[in-house]
Ligand binder design. Structure first.
Ligand SMILES: [Zn+2]
Ligand SMILES: [Zn+2]
Length: 264
C-alpha cells in the first residue's frame, strides 16, 4: 500500500513517531485522534477508544474510577453519554471492564462482549484473577477484591465475524489466548485493527501477550496468525502506542517468526 522503495525501517519508525507526536493531546484534551473518527482516551490502567460519528461506539472502559475520564473526554468532544450507541468490551480483565458499571449508569445502551467473557461480567462474584502464577495471583487477590467493579450488564453476545456499523464497518475477530473470549476489532474500510491485549508492542517490536496474564499461549499464537492474514495500515493496542503505517506487513513478519519458533 503505497510503500516507497529505498527507505529503511528506521526511517519509517521515525516517520511514525513524528506522526504520533503530532496527534498527542494538548494538556487539556483527554482524547487523541489516532485515525479520523477513532479517539484514544487514557483511562486508569489502560486506554479505551471512542469511535465518534453520529453515534458513538465506546471500546473498553479502563480500571474502576475511569468512568469520569471517559465522560469528560466525551464532553471535550462536544458529545454526551446519550450519543453512545454501543459499548464493546475486548475482554473481562479489570483494566478493561472496571469502568463499565459506572458508564452503564449514564449509557443504558447495548454492551457487547464475546460469549466466553459474558458470565464473568454478569456474575455477582468478583472478576477472575488474571495472574497465571499462583503466588502472584495470591499477592494481587486482595487488591482485586478491594477494587472489584461489581456486576455489569451484558446486552449483546458478540461472535467471530459479526459486523457492526462503526467507521464504515466493524468486524469482530475472536482472538483467544490472552483470555478465552478476547476479541479484536477490525475496521477493513479504514485499514485499522484494534487488538486490545492480544499483542504487545514494546521496544518497537510486536510480541505475544504477556505470559503473566494470558490463559493460553498456544491459542495466543494462533490468534496472531489469524490477525496476520488481515489487511490493515494501523495497529492499535490497549497499553502501547499505535503503529500508524505498514502495520500488516509487520504483523506478518511477526507471525512468520512465531511459526519458525514454534516449528523449532
Ligand atoms: Zn488483559
Ligand atoms: Zn489490559
Amino acid at each position: 500500500m503505497g510503500r516507497k522503495a529505498g527507505r529503511t525501517l528506521d526511517d519509517r519508525r521515525a516517520e511514525w513517531s513524528a506522526r504520533w507526536d503530532e496527534v498527542k493531546p494538548a494538556p487539556f484534551r483527554l482524547a487523541r485522534e489516532v485515525v479520523p473518527g477513532l479517539f484514544q482516551v487514557r483511562t486508569r490502567g489502560s486506554r479505551c477508544y471512542l469511535v465518534v460519528e453520529d453515534e458513538i461506539t465506546l471500546i473498553d472502559t479502563g480500571n474502576p474510577g475511569s468512568g469520569e475520564r471517559i465522560l469528560a473526554a466525551l464532553k471535550g468532544l462536544g458529545r454526551t453519554p446519550d450519543d453512545i450507541a454501543r459499548i464493546l468490551i475486548t475482554h473481562y480483565h479489570i483494566d478493561h471492564v472496571g469502568g463499565l458499571p459506572e458508564i452503564q449508569k449514564f449509557a443504558p445502551e447495548k454492551t457487547g462482549v464475546h460469549v466466553a467473557e459474558a458470565a464473568h461480567l454478569e456474575s455477582d462474584a468478583p472478576l477472575p484473577n488474571p495472574f497465571q502464577h499462583p503466588l502472584l495471583a495470591k499477592v494481587i487477590q486482595p487488591y482485586l477484591l478491594r477494587n472489584d467493579p461489581g456486576r455489569a450488564r451484558v446486552d449483546e453476545i458478540l461472535r467471530d465475524g459479526d459486523e457492526l456499523p462503526a467507521l464504515g464497518g466493524l468486524r469482530i475477530v475472536h482472538t483467544p489466548g490472552h483470555t478465552a473470549g478476547h476479541i479484536s476489532l477490525y475496521f477493513p474500510n479504514r485499514g485499522v485493527l484494534l487488538v486490545g491485549d492480544s499483542m504487545q508492542y514494546k521496544f518497537g517490536r510486536l510480541m505475544l501477550p504477556s505470559r503473566l496474564f494470558s490463559e493460553d499461549m498456544v491459542e495466543a499464537g494462533a490468534s496472531i496468525q489469524k490477525m496476520a492474514q488481515l489487511e490493515f495500515e494501523t495497529l492499535v493496542f490497549s497499553h502501547f502506542r499505535p503503529i500508524l503505517g505498514g502495520a500488516d506487513r509487520r504483523a506478518r513478519e511477526f507471525a512468520r517468526l512465531l511459526a519458525v519458533q514454534a516449528a523449532g
